[in-house]
Write a protein of this length. Structure first.
Length: 240
């Protein structure tokens, strides 16, 4: 939204000028890198609080296999991939295409990796140490898969690296929480169903956090994408 101080002065007089200047100052502040970094740190802390609270307050109930196979995480991933991500708009057409591709690959690889892990059903007979190791292997494999596919479709390394750096703190927290749940007697249940269900709740929150933070990562990239090109449905798009 652009503010014409001259028009505001004509319409509202001196008061209009002060209001216009105040609006411009506030708008500039909200768009500043300092504020965006501060807001990003705040949202990271918020997600950390939520994740910790989530693991402590999960209702202890009788979880069965259908609760795992039909967990909300799969519905949300489908919603994000097919309804939310395709509507995202970033600062340029190139960035819009690239980040949409990244997020779609990211979500698809998580869905496939989790489903493969669940359908193997090996987790049902694992002890604490085995479950912890298997879950770590699953996450590492998912990360390796989506980063590899992103490179294959032409997503620049700078975006892959920036997204990794942005997610590092959240991923570390996720790993800590998964370890705590894997080793906790509180989450002990038949066939490890309660542990897996609770861990899927955590991963769901992480995926949502990554999706919502993609715009701030995009805005933090200055000049490093200039002149780069990507193919989108047969049409070559370049960053101005």
């Amino acid at each position: 939204m652009n503010i014409d101080l001259f028009q505001m002065a004509q319409k509202y007089g001196l008061k209009g000028i002060f209001l216009g200047i105040a609006f411009l100052l506030v708008s500039g502040f909200l768009k500043s890198t300092w504020f965006q970094d501060l807001w990003s740190k705040f949202t990271d802390k918020l997600i950390e609080w939520f994740l910790k609270r989530k693991t402590k307050s999960d209702e202890v109930k009788h979880i069965v296999e259908s609760d795992i196979l039909n967990h909300d995480i799969f519905n949300y991933i489908d919603f994000w991939m097919y309804s939310k991500v395709p509507t995202f708009q970033f600062s340029t057409e190139y960035r819009t295409v690239v980040f949409r591709k990244y997020l779609t690959i990211y979500l698809r690889c998580y869905k496939k990796g989790i489903l493969d892990f669940i359908k193997e059903e090996k987790y049902k007979t694992m002890d604490q140490a085995e479950l912890w190791k298997a879950l770590m292997d699953m996450i590492n494999h998912i990360v390796w898969e989506y980063e590899k596919e992103c490179k294959e479709v032409g997503i620049p390394d700078v975006i892959i690296t920036k997204m990794k750096l942005k997610n590092n703190d959240t991923i570390q927290l996720t790993i800590d929480l998964i370890q705590n749940i894997s080793n906790s007697q509180f989450y002990q249940s038949e066939n490890n169903f309660l542990k897996i269900y609770s861990i899927l709740n955590i991963i769901l929150s992480v995926l949502e956090n990554t999706t919502s933070n993609s715009e701030s990562v995009c805005n933090s990239i200055n000049g490093q994408l200039k002149g780069l090109k990507i193919n989108n449905s047969g049409r070559e798009i370049s960053e101005p």
